[in-house]
Write a protein of this length. Sequence first.
Length: 340
Amino acid sequence: MVEQARSPSRELLERLNVWREVLLTMNLPEDKPIDGVSRWLIMTRAGVIPMTLTSGLVAGLLAIGAPHANWLYFMLALVGLVLAHASNNLINDYFDLESGIDTAEAPRALYAPHPILSGWITRGGLLRAIVAINAIDAAILIVLFMARGWPVVAFALAGLLISVFYVAPPVRLKHHGLGEPAVFIVWGPLMVCGTYFVITGALPGWVWSASLPYAILVTTVLIGKHIDKLPYDSERQVRTLPVILGQRTALRLNQVLMCAFYVVVGILVLVKVFAFATLIVLAAVPMLRQTLDLYSRPKPDQPPPNYPVWPLWYVASAFVHARRAGALLVLGLILGWIVG
């Protein structure tokens, strides 16, 4: 009876470990059966959604002490951002499949299961999921619009249009070297400034500059991914920024942008937009050095043992660096608030 009483707890712990593995690798452990939560975590690529949470947290920390700050609105905005990111990932998969970019041989279907190609959901089912998620986001938007007015709608609409037309015809920003700038705008000015406005009802000019450092980090992740996909995208006339620039220049650009994050944070500390404690981001410099070194070497012909997202390579190190530096940025803002 003791064994039976403990069994549900062990089962829950095992399931939590599976979900943790899915979030870290965007893949299901080989010896584990798929469950509903794991399926949706993988389909929405939930492993990269912490980047959106970080942008939201940056905005929230910047708003501490502001007059008329409303933290219920902050929580609603954070939920809305997460849902929007999940929807964006599903939209990308839907339109890339519809346009013939995603196939069984595409990198997207190799590093993690594609929602439709894996047989987990039909085209119609994926489209219904996209509509349902955006309907929830629309309900949140109505509440925030009634509280804060038309600027909330402007931020949300700009984010939605970029999200949809990132891959959807006739614009297809990704196909014209505009995907990377679009991501910079969304994860920086739109998310950080929009969330700050939702919390406070105001938008001082310094918040725009405060939104830039983390936007740089997120952009390096996308550039890393597009470098990995460069041969495939080039064959299909998908002119991402690395396709336009060439691999060597794109690698160097990403190295410069990673370093630029620290320079911009330092400047914002000097002009007192960020507190001195924010310089704790420098603790990520050892990770930066490893990433810069990896970007200076050719991609290996074969993946290392137990490497989870092959054939992707450069994006993994960019993501790990962005996660470390972004977490330290959040910690620095918290420390700056505590110290005052």
